[in-house]
Design a protein around this ligand. Structure first.
Ligand SMILES: [Zn+2]
Length: 164
């Protein structure tokens, strides 16, 4: 069975972390590995889980998000994609764009549960791990935590990029 827990620390947070790594390191391999790994560290911060549509899950066995959760996740991902594109074009940094992409990659990989991949053992283990490390809290606390993290990261980004 698919875990009902989701994995939704904000994508823009993961992308920001990755972009900072991309700015700090020169090695492409290091940028990829560190940004990817830091994703899991940031997932451990308490955050809100978008709610699965329980009724639908119980009647159809299909795991879909509620409308509010869907909207939240969609906006977040559009912002993350825009961020990656602007790092690449406005900031002219392939390394930062790569870091940002690697930062959200674990969540993209997790989408594989919607495919045949979910029958793969290694993939199932990855999903379980990704789900287990999530820090949980309610929407209000999550919003505050994530806003604080966002502010810190955005300040770091400004310092590193514009002053560094
Ligand atoms: Zn994640």
């Amino acid at each position: 069975m698919i875990t009902k827990r989701s994995f939704k620390m904000l994508a823009i947070i993961h992308a920001l972390v990755g972009s900072l790594i991309g700015e700090e390191f020169n090695s492409i391999l290091l940028i990829m590995v560190i940004s990817f790994s830091l994703h899991f560290v940031f997932d451990m911060f308490p955050h809100w889980d978008p709610k699965w549509d329980k009724k639908k899950f119980e009647t159809t066995g299909e795991a879909t998000l509620t409308k509010f959760a869907k909207a939240w996740v969609t906006v977040d991902h559009i912002l993350a994609v825009l961020m990656i594109l602007s790092l690449y074009t406005l900031f002219d940094s392939k390394k930062m764009a790569l870091g940002a992409f690697m930062g959200i990659l674990p969540d993209i990989i997790s989408l594989g549960y919607k495919t045949k991949l979910k029958k793969n053992k290694a993939f199932a283990r990855f999903l379980k791990f990704h789900s287990k490390i999530q820090g949980h809290t309610n929407l209000k606390r999550s919003t505050i935590t994530q806003l604080i993290i966002l502010l810190i990261l955005a300040s770091l980004f400004a310092i590193v990029y514009f002053l560094g």
